[in-house]
Design a protein around this ligand. Structure first.
Ligand code: C2E
Ligand code: MG
Ligand code: MG
Ligand code: MG
Length: 296
């Protein structure tokens, strides 16, 4: 009886695996269509300079207007796009649109408005020995007219493994275009810290789980303080992600965190609303930023 039971179990899992594979394939086809037919759109979330209170940068976050399911978040389709070799065309679509939007935020003379930060899946870094991404970015910058120093690329830490020279070369080429490189979700990747030495990097984005730990988890809070110190000693800029409460913001300010992003400052907004925000921006009244002004 036990054997028969096991067998049934195996059948059950196989059926489930097949259904999952089929689901991923069908969703993949819908995502491919969504890219081709412009069903994707970008939301923008401001990243605030904690000294000046100004919008330093805006992170482009992709959304999908699925005609059947309504607005869909990246967690529902980015993993599937990664499995189905759609992530490169998807990220290229995002890059192009993000640069076009960011050009509209620039004042005259250009390079005064917020920068734009674009998430890149790690697949790009190794594609064609790291050459493809630099070529793609260069051609998108040229076509859109956005200066390279207005663009930042966010790459998750899990991709910074080993000392792969092709990835290092690819990042170096990007930086020659003036583009800045940020490590996304820093502190969650179980990566050896030695990559901070090997890879040409500009910024760490501390994962929101560390911010959520403030006042909750003493060990994780200690790690957060160490990350802020590490970044400043390595001359890397640092952004705290997922700042939701005035208490978190006050803690981060006290520990010298130069940039913040999160619902407390603003949620991600559709492009038009973000444009309005840049024109009428003021720091929300419940947030006390501007250490220098507050003290002086
Ligand atoms: P991420 O790059 O770490 O982006 C930050 C995520 O945190 C966003 O979720 C944002 O809406 C959310 N967030 C911002 N402030 C707060 C806050 O105060 N509290 C909380 N709880 N969450 C906050 P979103 O837009 O759902 O994006 C999720 C992830 O999807 C991103 O994480 C990024 O890894 C990926 N992603 C988004 N757009 C793209 C894209 O164009 N290409 C690629 N490859 N990945 C993307
Ligand atoms: Mg990001
Ligand atoms: Mg992030
Ligand atoms: Mg994150």
């Amino acid at each position: 009886a036990a054997e028969a039971g096991d067998e049934q179990h195996i059948h059950f899992y196989n059926a489930e695996a097949n259904t999952a594979a089929l689901h991923s394939l069908m969703l993949g086809a819908k995502i491919a269509r969504a890219i081709e037919t412009d069903q994707l759109c970008l939301y923008f979330q401001p990243i605030i300079n904690t000294d000046s209170g100004t919008i330093e940068c805006a992170e482009a976050l992709v959304r999908w207007h699925d005609p059947l399911h309504g607005l869909r978040l990246p967690s529902e389709f980015i993993p599937v796009a990664e499995q189905n070799a759609l992530i490169i065309p998807l990220d290229q679509w995002v890059l192009k649109k993000a640069c076009e939007h960011a050009l509209q935020w620039q004042e005259r003379p250009p390079s005064r408005g917020p920068k734009v930060a674009v998430n890149l899946s790690g697949a790009h870094l190794s594609s064609n020995g790291g050459r493809q991404i630099a070529e793609t970015v260069q051609s998108i910058l040229e076509t859109s007219g956005l200066p390279g120093n207005r663009l930042e690329l966010e790459i998750t830490e899990t991709r910074m493994v080993g000392t792969d020279q092709t990835i290092v070369d690819g990042l170096r080429r990007l930086r020659e275009l003036g583009v800045r490189i940020a490590v996304d979700d820093f502190g969650t990747g179980y990566a050896s810290l030695s990559y901070l030495h090997w890879f040409p990097l500009d910024k760490l984005k501390v994962d929101q789980s560390f911010v959520a730990a403030i006042g909750q988890d003493p060990t994780k809070t200690a790690l957060l303080k160490s990350i802020l110190l590490l970044a400043s000693q390595l001359d890397l800029a640092v952004v705290a992600e997922g700042v939701e409460t005035p208490h978190q913001a006050a803690f981060l300010l006290r520990h010298g965190c130069p940039f913040m992003q999160g619902h407390l400052l603003n949620k991600p907004l559709p492009a038009d609303d973000f444009m309005q925000l840049t024109r009428n921006w003021h720091v929300p009244s419940e947030v006390r930023l501007g250490r220098k002004r507050a003290e002086g």
